[in-house]
Design a protein around this ligand. Structure first.
Ligand SMILES: C[S@@+](CC[C@H](N)C(=O)[O-])C[C@H]1O[C@@H](n2cnc3c(N)ncnc32)[C@H](O)[C@@H]1O
Length: 278
């Protein structure tokens, strides 16, 4: 009898991180709106990197200001079996969730930390990554723990990630080596209307100054013949600044805060600095 790890089924790479703000529901329209050909794919606000996993580019750069996100991709790229071994050893239960959440990350290996984050995100309330001011993940368990990725799924992700440069840091760092003919997909956090409570971690707060830096970067990329697609909420300032860009809207059901009764339709805005064929 074969061991499960010996059954080598070819499956396509797919997102394995559950992530609030993921563009899973928008990914088909994003894919249709992307340029048909490009040199390299750059996603500076990667999160669960839905569009990267949908487009499966040979050459890519993924960035995120949250180092844990980049560490997960590094661990899965370089050692999917070890990440899976740890994941498979964690019971699927609420006790296990809270024990894992309280583990001191500094005592864990890269692969153990990756398994910890993948598991916690599968179980946490609304898939929200949130930390306290000391940087400790503090999201309670949600209604269920979603399916943990299989070894085959992590291996498929690993082989796609082998073509990717992974950059932990501000979006500017992921844009540093962009060349004419590249395709950049920008998906920054939406503005926070209430007091910031650590969503995406304290370093990942995205304020008006960050928005201005992003607009300036988008203009510079346009001057350098880089194809850019931006997804955001409707924003008059951005529309005025990025005059001449194509724009479309897509209504998507989202959980805004705190559970089912706060689910609402959000009009997502997609802007491109090139003409789309969709
Ligand atoms: C809306 S989410 C991206 C979701 C992603 N497109 C997906 O499909 O899962 C925004 C991401 O930007 C990251 N982020 C926030 N501020 C950033 C910054 N200044 N530079 C780079 N990444 C940042 C957050 O950690 C978060 O993962």
């Amino acid at each position: 009898m074969l061991e499960p790890s010996e059954i080598n089924v070819q499956i396509a790479a797919a997102p394995f991180l559950r992530w609030s703000g993921s563009k899973a529901r928008l990914v088909s329209i994003l894919e249709r709106s992307a340029p048909k050909t490009f040199r390299s794919y750059i996603e500076p606000f990667a999160g669960s990197a839905c569009l990267f996993f949908r487009m499966r580019p040979n050459r890519a750069t993924l960035g995120d200001i949250n180092p844990e996100v980049i560490d997960v991709y590094t661990a899965v790229r370089d050692n999917p079996s070890e990440v899976h071994r740890y994941l498979a050893s964690i019971p699927v239960s609420s006790d296990a969730y809270y024990i894992l959440r309280e583990l001191d990350r500094t005592t864990l290996t890269l692969e153990q930390r990756a398994a910890q984050l993948i598991y916690l995100m599968k179980g946490c309330f609304n898939g929200v990554y949130r930390t306290n001011r000391k940087g400790r993940f503090n999201v309670p368990l949600g209604s269920r723990i979603y399916a943990i990725p299989t070894l085959q799924e992590l291996r498929a992700a690993s082989s796609l990630l082998h073509g990717a440069t992974l950059i932990s840091g501000d979006f500017q760092a992921a844009l540093a080596d962009v060349q004419p003919g590249d395709f950049v997909y920008l998906d920054p956090p939406y503005p926070t209307t209430t007091r910031y409570r650590g969503e995406y971690g304290y370093a990942a707060r995205f304020d008006d100054e960050d928005k201005r830096r992003l607009v300036a970067a988008a203009k510079q990329l346009t001057e350098r013949n880089v194809n850019v697609m931006l997804s955001y909420v409707h924003d008059k300032e951005i529309i005025e600044e990025l005059e001449g860009w194509s724009r479309m809207y897509e209504s998507v059901r989202r959980t805004v805060a705190g559970g089912v009764k706060f689910r609402t339709d959000i009009n997502e805005m997609i802007m491109t600095n090139y003409r789309t064929t969709s």
